[in-house]
Design a protein around this ligand. Structure first.
Ligand code: ADP
Ligand code: MG
Length: 346
């Protein structure tokens, strides 16, 4: 190690990954795609690929024991990984689960986490095939690797979007973020007076989106039925804006996203306003909505039009035209990707 010291904050998460991995060459014929998409793509047979994705959840960073029920934590840690396999237009088949745990946790607590993991394995039809267990000094960390499969011709990368393609998002946005705001507010109230019961009435949808999200397995089925192969796809774990940036960067295109088209549930809007948050900001930058963002050729518009699970929010443009949000008055605003950049201090 030299005397030079570069703060991680300066690089951000993606800058760091780039720095650390830039010296690696991929020499194996079976590595069809390595770093830089939702999952790596490995050759399985002439017509099939294996998809591999890994994600880590760290206590105090990704979840807080004060409001995250252990069973939900187990369930969510599987779901966030499966979402990355679906984002490649693949089907998950196996997971491995590794845990680092401090002796603050009794067996019963870990059994609850595993109940959630098992439930997710049943719902998504995947096998738990291994993992690793170790002690930790700082709390609980769960790292899951998901393995999936797809036909080679079906795999969708982040990099295939073309000028003119339509930008489509599944489900609705901002609910997981607003759910987190509600939980944080109640945590603060509890800290000042533990006798006050948390007031979570009426926030069921937001809390479920935060605490027990689902991955969009169904969308992969719908796309097949509709005979639509997206030109690019990514899952929205870090916030819509940041994922739009990833697609645009990988595909070398720009985009126009229409503020008024963003799918936002009424409860998200009213809660956002109560919290002094612009609902569009919750949708664009909130994160943790495990939805899929994809692009389709304009010729596929008729096939997805009116589908209640899919909303066209904009279209791709030439790279030189930039990434812009069109507000309700028609003004163009540069799109900003805040997202969850883990090393930024703000
Ligand atoms: P996602 O948000 O879909 O989980 P990430 O943003 O975590 O993906 O990662 C982006 C890409 O960088 C992925 O291909 C991932 O496998 C790779 N990656 C992330 N961290 C590392 C690391 N420490 N070493 C090597 N590759 C990494
Ligand atoms: Mg992803």
């Amino acid at each position: 190690m030299s005397d030079k010291r570069t703060e991680l904050e300066q690089l951000g998460e993606f800058g760091l990954i780039e720095k650390l991995t830039k010296g690696f060459k991929q020499g194996k014929d079976s590595t069809l795609f390595g770093i830089g998409d939702d999952a790596a793509v490995l050759e399985k047979s002439e017509n099939e690929v294996t998809l591999i994705s890994t994600d880590m959840l760290v206590e105090g960073v990704h979840f807080n024991m004060m409001y995250m029920p252990l069973k939900h934590l187990g369930y969510k840690s599987v779901v966030v990984n499966l979402s990355d396999i679906y984002a490649m237009n693949g089907i998950p088949e196996q997971i491995t689960v590794s845990i680092a745990v401090s002796n603050r946790f009794p067996l019963e607590a870990l059994e609850e986490v595993y109940e959630g993991i098992q439930k997710a394995c049943e719902v998504y039809n995947v096998d738990l095939i291994g993992g690793d267990t170790t002690s930790s000094l700082t709390g609980l960390t769960i790292s899951i690797t998901a393995v999936g499969t797809a036909k080679k011709e079906d795999v969708v990368y982040r990099s295939g979007a073309n000028d003119g393609d339509l930008l489509v998002v599944t489900g609705d946005l901002g609910a997981a973020f607003m759910g987190l705001q509600v939980l944080e507010r109640e945590k603060e109230v509890y800290k000042t007076n533990p006798n006050i019961q948390p007031d979570l009435d009426g926030f069921d949808y937001l809390l479920e989106r935060q605490l027990k999200p689902e991955a969009r397995k169904d969308i992969i089925g719908f796309l097949k039925e509709l005979e639509v192969k997206p030109t690019s796809m990514i899952d929205i774990s870090d916030g819509l804006a940041s994922e739009i940036f990833h697609i645009c960067k990988a595909s070398k295109v720009g985009c126009r996203v229409y503020d008024e088209k963003l799918p936002i549930d009424a409860k998200v809007s009213t809660t956002a306003i109560d919290f002094n948050v612009d609902p569009a900001t919750a949708a664009l930058n909130g994160g943790e909505d495990y939805e899929l963002l994809f692009t389709v050729a304009q010729g596929d518009y008729d096939k997805i039009k009116g589908n209640p699970h899919m909303t066209v929010i904009g279209h791709m443009v030439d790279k030189n035209s930039g990434l812009q949000l069109v507000d309700k008055q028609g003004a163009l605003i540069d799109l900003k990707a805040q997202g969850w950049d883990h090393f930024k201090s703000s």
